[in-house]
Design a binder for this molecule. Structure first.
Ligand code: NAD
Ligand code: UDP
Length: 309
């Protein structure tokens, strides 16, 4: 059935891939974005298929829709820490206004939550039942606590007003259309390697992350929207790498002779992270793209992008 679907944050990295997939399924897609980290270029190829509304989700919005995906929020540390008050406002007010919209229209709403709700985890790998270990007053809190409180709002709108919700906890996802200056580790290392600049490892590089390719993640979000489960549910690729291993792999795949240099570890940087995806697997979801395969595609994308800079 053809649906009218709103994607808040649709001009960003994940949002634009989600718009692609929803358009491909034949739906009418409306993208709402304030272009803080998003780019019109990410949706240029969908010009005739997606309606774009420039709007800050910190303000109320009314559009008749059947489904809402809330991805509006800067996801990279350097961007969400530039204006932390705005980050908290985006998470809280954005969730509130979009939940109100869902309540008024009867639309189902999905929240793009994050593995950051687990903070610097004391349980490994992280199942959805783990309540997390977050510093509420640290420099990551605007994002972590903002996302945690957004989850609270989602579950209270579900319990109190019967709003249909789904909460996805997304673990580190990468792929084409990340901004070259995004600041996250995969795009940083690839851009540095391609430009022959030293790869900047923060700390000793022994901290771990588990990286999911964007197409796998988008399939997970759509599957969850179609399912009756409220979640929260982890989506990520459980294969775990140290940042040193990631740097070495990117140097090998790019054939770069760039050096590796070490910088201080930022405050509250989580030491390890790996999703327990048992619940997602019970829905029939499984990441299909290995880090090797996903990195090759992403390196090819950045090689083309940088050729025009
Ligand atoms: P991104 O920065 O590329 O995209 C975020 C989008 O939201 C951008 O287009 C930005 O302009 C828009 N936006 C920001 N503030 C807004 C506001 N106040 N009003 C309207 N639009 C606003 O990041 P991304 O990686 O595509 O992440 C998308 C969502 O997924 C975010 O909510 C993020 O927290 C979540 N997430 C992403 C990852 C990941 O690894 N990519 C991991 C966990 C969670
Ligand atoms: N990181 C790094 N060099 C960089 C960027 C990030 O070593 O140039 C590290 C960062 O300290 C963290 C990991 O890579 O330990 C993942 O960082 P990212 O910002 O991509 O994601 P997050 O910390 O939000 O999971």
């Amino acid at each position: 059935m053809k649906k009218k679907i709103l994607v808040a944050g649709g001009a960003g990295f994940l949002g634009s891939h989600l718009c692609d997939a929803l358009v491909q399924q034949g739906h009418d897609v409306i993208c709402v974005d304030n272009f803080y980290t998003g780019r019109a270029a990410n949706l240029a190829h969908l010009e005739r298929c997606v309606e774009i509304i420039e709007h800050d989700v910190c303000h109320p919005l009314y559009v008749e829709v059947d489904e809402i995906y809330n991805l509006a929020c800067p996801a990279s540390r350097i961007h969400y820490q530039t204006d932390p008050v705005q980050t908290t406002k985006t998470s809280l007010l954005g969730a509130l206004h979009l939940l109100e919209l869902a309540r008024k229209t009867g639309a189902k709403i999905l929240q793009a939550s994050t593995s950051e709700v687990y903070g610097d985890p004391l349980v490994h790998p992280q199942p959805e039942t783990y309540w997390g270990h977050v510093n509420p007053i640290g420099i990551r809190a605007c994002y972590d606590e903002g996302k945690r409180c957004a989850e609270t709002l989602f579950f209270d709108y579900w319990r109190q007003y019967d709003v249909k919700i789904a909460v996805a906890r997304i673990f580190n996802t990468y792929g084409p259309r990340m901004h070259p200056n995004d600041g996250r580790v995969v795009s940083n290392f690839i851009v540095q390697a391609l430009q022959g600049k030293p790869l900047t490892i923060f700390g000793d590089g022994q901290q771990t992350r588990s990286f999911c390719f964007v197409s796998d993640l988008v399939q997970g979000l759509i599957l969850l929207m179609e399912n009756s489960l409220e979640g929260p549910i982890n989506f990520g690729n459980p294969v775990e790498f140290t940042m040193k291993e990631l740097a070495q792999l990117i140097l090998k795949l790019t054939g770069s002779k760039a050096e590796i240099c070490y910088h201080p570890l930022p405050q509250d940087d989580p030491k390890q992270r790996q999703p327990d995806i048992t619940l997602a697997q019970s829905l029939g979801w499984e990441p299909k793209i290995s880090l090797l395969e996903g990195l090759k595609t992403t390196i090819e994308y950045f090689s083309n992008e940088l050729a025009y800079v």
